[in-house]
Design a protein around this ligand. Structure first.
Ligand code: ADP
Ligand code: ZN
Length: 617
């Protein structure tokens, strides 16, 4: 079977996307590959089609290594729906079930076998692979989420390190490693760790043009989040990332109190609660998952309309991976982050206090700085994001800064005043002070501490009365972001000068700050802009709406029967296309995107019946 006919007959798609064809041809031909493609880019087909083609040519089984045990059931279910022989081996199977899969494995009667790295590297499993290999039935290794092998990535899994055994033990079996995000450092690490030096490297554009990036200044974070959801995303599925478990719980509760269907997800919940919440998020519509970063890898729900960050992540890779979970269906989606002084302090402190080697910490600091640069940016966010992944681009017109050029003020002088105050109190008292006290001095506030320390006698006392406390905190945040001031966690979070401070004090580093956050009203523009509305159904007329609703109700039943998320049966986009064309025959159904041969056979008649019923008054 040619790869083009697999694409159309098995998956029901008319054309390859981006570099898919080149990758699939290379891997089907037995080449090694490292694939870097953004979330939603279509990585799965890059190994699924070669697996099917190579199995058909008599090469045997493809082993897919994936860390996502909780999702294997749905991934394999989706392949079953397309008529592909796929199975998984993991701890959720009973002994009986596992034995049956193993029996079929040994007979070569499986096209794709999904397993976690810790299982793949057991002596027992390797012995089974040996046997397949001896009989020429070991076709391909697909290593998904390959960034897990790198400590520079954001999901380091030590088990991934052991995967070098695959190359060493089966040097003739081709390998394809895939990841959604890897900057230059992580990429080099993946290649070295997995010994992919000779593999062909496929890098896609990392742009996700349908995602709108917005970063707002943090005031009352949860209230800001609530307003964001109420204004733009009521009834939509979304993910809200928070740093701590407690904040996850509190935020989920607050959203629920305001009529938003929110669920919590974090590592402190019992496994069955986590799995139940994840299933509800995948299987119901319009759920908002409030989660720590424990949630999200491998979540392929296509209609997540927003990803919000209440706390700043550690680096751009993490941020981009998390926000990339929005809008996989290509329709407009939002990436919204709320960011403030405390985020900078916390992230810096976590690095400082970690027990790692200094060199490693330096690497982490560099990555954090890049993210801080993005958060403080007054120019196009997307240009900065893409540049981080070595991709050049021009102003995107779909981020907060492009849509509403921020007003900026020159804070260079203010920054100098702040730093010289930090310097002077240190000189006078022999030790440093925290942010609150420094700002009090600048604003000329006579507090008990000020009087007691005689800081009202400093020459900088009151020289910053013209700025508000919020403005001072913004100046400080910027200084922290560029490393011109440090917070000493060992000494009660006092502020201290750094090597960069001198240049700022001399006025050599211009400091520019946003005057105010963009007005809430201007964010409404999407409703009237020409960008397609996020709700797919909104493009349909009355009769089409009716058919669409009927199809969705039918799909929900099928999904429930098969214990799979609805989008695994048919994507919304496929249902929309059916609702629009109102097919009355099998022939008319053919060619609709997402309808492969197997699905046409399994569901064609039922779909035609639904259309028939909803067309007759
Ligand atoms: P990734 O793993 O890269 O995040 P997926 O493999 O889950 O992305 O693909 C994202 C979505 O795009 C899926 O719903 C998939 O079915 C769809 N898709 C992939 N390739 C194509 C294609 N060539 N044509 C149409 N849809 C595609
Ligand atoms: Zn932009």
């Amino acid at each position: 079977m040619s790869i083009a006919s697999i694409l159309s007959e098995v998956f029901g798609y008319q054309a390859f996307r981006g570099p898919q064809q080149a990758i699939i041809e290379h891997v089907t031909g037995g080449g090694d590959a490292l694939v870097l493609m953004p979330t939603g880019g279509g990585k799965s087909l890059c190994y699924q089609i070669p697996a099917i083609a190579r199995q058909a040519a008599g090469n045997g089984i493809t082993v897919v290594i994936s860390p996502l045990i909780a999702l294997m059931h749905d991934q394999v279910g989706a392949l079953h729906e397309a008529g592909v022989k796929a199975e998984f081996l993991n701890s959720t199977l009973s002994f009986e079930q596992a034995s049956q899969v193993e029996r079929r494995l040994m007979q070569g009667d499986i096209t794709l076998l999904y397993a976690a790295p810790e299982r793949v590297t057991t002596p027992r499993f390797l012995a089974q692979l040996d046997s397949l290999q001896e009989r020429g039935l070991l076709s391909l290794f697909a290593i998904d989420e390959a960034h897990c092998v790198s400590q520079w990535g954001h999901d380091f899994r030590p088990e991934y390190r052991a995967l070098t055994v695959l190359h060493e033990r089966y040097p003739t079996v081709p390998r394809i490693a895939l990841t959604a995000t890897a900057d230059a450092l992580t990429r080099a690490d993946i290649i070295e760790r997995l010994q992919l030096q000779d593999a062909r490297l496929f890098i896609s554009s990392f742009d996700r043009p349908n995602i709108r990036y917005t970063i707002v200044e943090k005031r009352e974070a949860t209230q800001q989040l609530l307003r964001f959801i109420q204004d733009e995303h009521m009834g939509d599925a979304g993910v809200v990332y928070c740093q701590s478990r407690k904040k996850v719980e509190d935020t989920a509760e607050l959203l629920c109190d305001h009529g938003i269907a929110a669920l919590p997800y974090h590592a402190g919940l019992a496994p069955q609660v986590r799995q139940a919440n994840q299933d509800r998020f995948l299987r119901s519509e319009g759920i908002v998952m409030v989660a720590t970063i424990a949630f999200g890898m491998g979540i392929d729900k296509p209609d997540v309309r927003f990803v919000a960050h209440l706390d700043m992540p550690k680096n751009i890779e993490g941020y981009y991976q998390e926000t990339g979970r929005a809008g996989r269906d290509g329709l407009p989606a939002d990436a919204w982050m709320c960011y403030g002084l405390q985020d900078v302090v916390n992230q810096r402190r976590m690095i400082d206090e970690s027990p790692a080697e200094e060199e490693f910490k330096q690497g982490l600091r560099g990555k954090l700085d890049a993210l801080l640069g993005l958060a403080e940016a007054t120019d196009c966010r997307r240009v900065r994001l893409l540049r981080y992944f070595d991709e050049a681009s021009t102003d995107c017109g779909n981020c907060d800064n492009c849509l509403h050029a921020p007003e900026v003020w020159d804070a260079t002088d203010a920054a100098r005043k702040l730093l010289s105050t930090v310097y002077r109190v240190q000189q006078m008292s022999g030790f440093g002070f925290g942010a609150g006290h420094i700002v009090d001095i600048l604003r000329g506030k006579v507090t008990e501490k000020v009087t007691q320390r005689r800081h009202d006698t400093l020459s900088t006392f009151g020289i910053g009365a013209d700025l508000s406390e919020t403005q001072w905190r913004a100046v400080l945040r910027q200084l922290l972001a560029i490393g011109a001031v440090a917070v000493d966690a060992q000494a009660f979070n006092t502020l201290a000068l750094t090597e960069v401070s001198r240049a700022v004090l001399k006025g050599e580093v211009p400091i520019r700050l946003r005057t105010s956050a963009p007005k809430a009203a201007t964010r409404k523009s999407r409703r009237t802009s020409q960008v397609a509305t996020p709700k797919v159904a909104a493009v349909l007329d009355g009769a089409e709406q009716q058919r669409y609703a009927a199809l969705k109700a039918w799909r929900a039943e099928v999904a429930k029967e098969h214990n799979l998320p609805a989008y695994v049966i048919f994507h919304d986009a496929t249902l929309v296309a059916i609702a629009q064309s109102a097919p009355r025959s099998r022939l008319a159904l053919q060619g609709i995107s997402g309808l492969g041969v197997r699905k046409l056979e399994a569901y064609g008649d039922a779909v035609l019946e639904v259309i028939e019923a909803s067309c007759t008054p």
